[in-house]
Design a protein around this ligand. Structure first.
Ligand code: ADP
Length: 353
């Protein structure tokens, strides 16, 4: 068992609260992501798990055992991917064997683990090649194999693929997900890329200034963000969040350009959140006043399968994500609406209602 538990863990650097009273459980075999902006405490959490830092307060448990006073070497968790670069003068095979040779593992055991990891990563047929003869994706898999060959109870990865180009990143994260499933190991993964976090994580924690703001499955957090902060963190384009007022029988925002007849809308709401894909855009017709006043199309970004439309609605700018390539031009007057059930409401403190 390699579940990892933090109980009210706090870590300070001087006056900086790097991790603020964090409590979470990463389950055995789980792909768990920490996601947050730079300096939100992600790397500090990894260093606390590894034992490179000690908490000022709170308790850390790995596999049910308190590890606050256990050295990094005895924790059986491995940081991988710090260096994705392969040794150019060694074959793929020698690159993968390297961490075990360095640790003086017996030859028979090395070959057994090499065979095992080569099967899981589908690299058996390229082991004889030097890195220069491998494609980008193959090199990536060899580098992952080298990281995984040690066989610890849990792996930690700190923004491992941020340096890759976009296409390779997409391929690699699919690969990583498959590998984690097949290895059946706990994986804690840090990223500042929301799409990456959502695509790989079984569950994720969203960080802000050292505080964990929400923990859950990506889809769950996306659909039910606990606060306006979390809501903005997931989704691209991000959620439109606008000050709202209660009008006659409806919630209004953006100077009446948005009017949502929602009799269940919470009275304390001061802001509404609309996901770009939930916004409906229609050409404005004069007899169409039930959804509010007209708004104006500011910009249109056709992206092939979908189109991002930026709309000036009163003082606000909204972004709507429409399927395909609708016939909408900048300058056009439009009516915007949203199903009442898709609207998010936020209160005074930014919390979801
Ligand atoms: P992230 O990984 O999300 O970018 P970090 O965990 O690196 O965030 O940093 C969290 C906070 O702790 C930041 O304010 C950072 O400046 C501070 N911090 C991290 N490491 C140190 C350190 N060794 N000394 C002083 N401050 C640090």
């Amino acid at each position: 068992m390699a579940d990892i538990v933090f109980r009210n863990v706090t870590k300070r650097y001087g006056n900086t609260l790097a991790v603020d009273d964090a409590s979470f459980t990463v389950n055995d075999n789980e792909f768990f992501c920490f996601f947050g902006p730079p300096l939100s405490g992600k790397s500090t959490i990894l260093r606390l798990v590894l034992g490179l830092e000690a908490p000022d307060q709170g308790e850390i448990l790995i596999g049910g055992k308190p590890v606050n006073s256990v050295s990094p070497a005895e924790r059986n968790v491995a940081m991988v991917f710090q260096n994705l670069a392969l040794f150019p003068h060694m074959s793929a095979r020698d690159n993968v064997r390297f961490p075990l040779v360095e640790r003086k593992v017996a030859e028979a055991e090395i070959e057994k683990r090499l065979a095992d990891v080569a099967t899981k990563l589908h690299i058996g047929h390229i082991l004889h090649k030097p890195p220069a003869q491998l494609s980008g994706g193959e090199r990536q898999r060899v580098a992952i194999a080298r990281a995984l060959v040690r066989d610890p109870a849990a792996y930690l990865m700190d923004d491992p693929i941020s340096a890759l180009d976009a296409r390779l990143r997409e391929e690699t994260r699919v690969e990583l997900k498959r590998i984690q499933r097949e290895l059946g190991k706990t994986l804690i993964y840090v990223t500042h890329d929301q799409e990456e976090a959502m695509s790989v994580a079984d569950r994720m924690a969203i960080l802000e200034n050292g505080c964990i703001r929400q923990i859950g499955a990506p889809a769950e957090i996306y659909d039910r963000p606990a606060s306006a902060y979390v809501a903005r963190m997931l989704g691209s384009p991000m959620m439109n969040i606008l000050p709202s007022v209660r009008g006659a029988g409806a919630i209004e925002a953006a100077e009446g350009t948005i009017r949502i007849a929602d009799d269940k809308a919470p009275a304390e709401a001061i802001e509404i959140g609309l996901r770009p894909e939930d916004i409906k855009v229609r050409p404005w017709t004069d007899n169409e006043t039930k959804d509010g006043r007209p708004a104006r199309v500011f910009g249109v970004e056709p992206l092939g399968g979908y189109t991002v439309v930026t709309i000036e609605a009163g003082q606000a700018r909204l972004r709507a994500l429409l399927r395909g390539q609708p016939d909408i031009r900048p300058g056009a007057m439009v009516a915007i609406s949203c199903e009442p059930g898709r609207v998010h409401y936020f209160g005074q403190d930014g919390g979801a209602l």
